[in-house]
Unconditional design. Structure first.
Length: 151
């Protein structure tokens, strides 16, 4: 269904793909097909619609396409519904992308943010040091202690 009987290779050669081979490819990649009702039960209801991705896929496939992305515990899943088979949802797990792949990114981002906040705090503290000294001297003068204010 997703793959035609004949595929054209880069060199122009036509390759006949038997149905059993197509099923094996779908099984290996984790691609599965669902009706509208079954897709809702399998996780489509939690998937977020992405207009940009839908538009891009519609251009690639030559007709209206709906793309939704579901982020679950193991890996993100892309749900596709095309004009070629409007009653079928195609579920494609993105097994190469795992939640753990983002943890270094979050750690580096957190470290950069902490360094930026620490640097800003230090800069403000250094900039305000003359004002703190002036405040201390003014308090000493207010108490009548001129010698401590001059120091």
């Amino acid at each position: 269904m997703l793959m035609t009987d004949k595929l054209q290779l880069e060199d122009g050669t036509q390759l006949v793909v038997p149905p059993a081979f197509r099923r094996e490819i779908y099984r290996e990649l984790g691609i599965s097909l669902y009706t509208n009702e079954a897709a809702e039960e399998a996780g489509l209801r939690w998937a977020q619609h992405y207009e940009f991705l839908s538009h891009q896929m519609a251009q690639q496939l030559g007709g209206p396409t709906e793309v939704r992305v579901e982020v679950n515990k193991s890996s993100p899943v892309v749900w596709l519904k095309t004009w070629l088979s409007p009653n079928i949802w195609v579920r494609v797990p993105l097994t190469e992308i795992h939640q753990g792949d983002f943890s270094p990114l979050f750690r580096y981002t957190l470290a950069i943010m902490l360094l930026a906040i620490g640097g800003a705090w230090l800069f403000i503290r250094i900039q305000n040091r003359p004002l703190v000294d002036l405040e201390h001297a003014a308090l000493q003068v207010g108490k009548g202690n001129y010698s401590a204010a001059a120091a």
